[in-house]
Design a protein around this ligand. Structure first.
Ligand code: THU
Length: 156
């Protein structure tokens, strides 16, 4: 028997720690919550994806009366980026969540399905994906999906 260890790493940031580009992407994710359709959960999530050419693609969670037919903000944004800019590498994603009239104090972390889509996005780009999880009282910055989903599935 061998015991192996995988380490995940993340940084905890104040607003002042963001670079100008990160600030812009977080603001886009916060703005994106306005596109949330969440009449069932009343939990609005916004995501903003930064492409290599500087374009920002936004997404928000889209719910459905047939609950499993809805989709999270992260996949809405990542799939829109892939569909509209298939040649562009995705370099970063920011995520923000809003409920009861305010942004959540703590960051939310992506669900397993969104993390798996992030893993494929990263592999497709061939670059570590920067992930910024916004929290009103502190955000996380993560370099690479390995620290979100250490055992992502890959066919390769
Ligand atoms: N949701 C997201 O959009 N992203 C996440 O990372 C977690 C959850 C959505 C799904 C559903 O519309 C609502 O939040 C409540 O789970």
């Amino acid at each position: 028997m061998r015991q192996l260890v995988k380490t995940i790493k993340y940084e905890v940031l104040d607003e002042a720690d963001f670079s100008a580009e990160e600030r812009m992407l977080v603001d886009a994710a916060k703005e994106a919550v306005k596109g949330s359709y969440s009449p069932y959960s009343h939990f609005s999530v916004g995501a903003a994806v930064l492409l290599d050419n500087g374009v920002v693609v936004r997404g928000a969670n889209q719910e459905n009366g047939a609950y499993p037919s809805g989709l999270c903000a992260e996949r809405t944004a990542l799939f829109a980026a892939g569909a509209n800019y298939p040649e562009q590498k995705v370099v970063a994603i920011a995520i923000a969540a809003f409920t009861d009239g305010h942004f959540l104090p703590e960051p939310i972390t992506p669900c397993g399905s969104c993390a798996q889509v992030m893993a494929e996005t990263e592999a497709r780009a061939g670059l570590p994906l920067k992930i910024i999880l916004y929290g009103a009282c502190g955000s996380f910055r993560i370099h690479g999906v390995g620290s979100i989903l250490p055992f992502a599935f890959s066919l390769k």
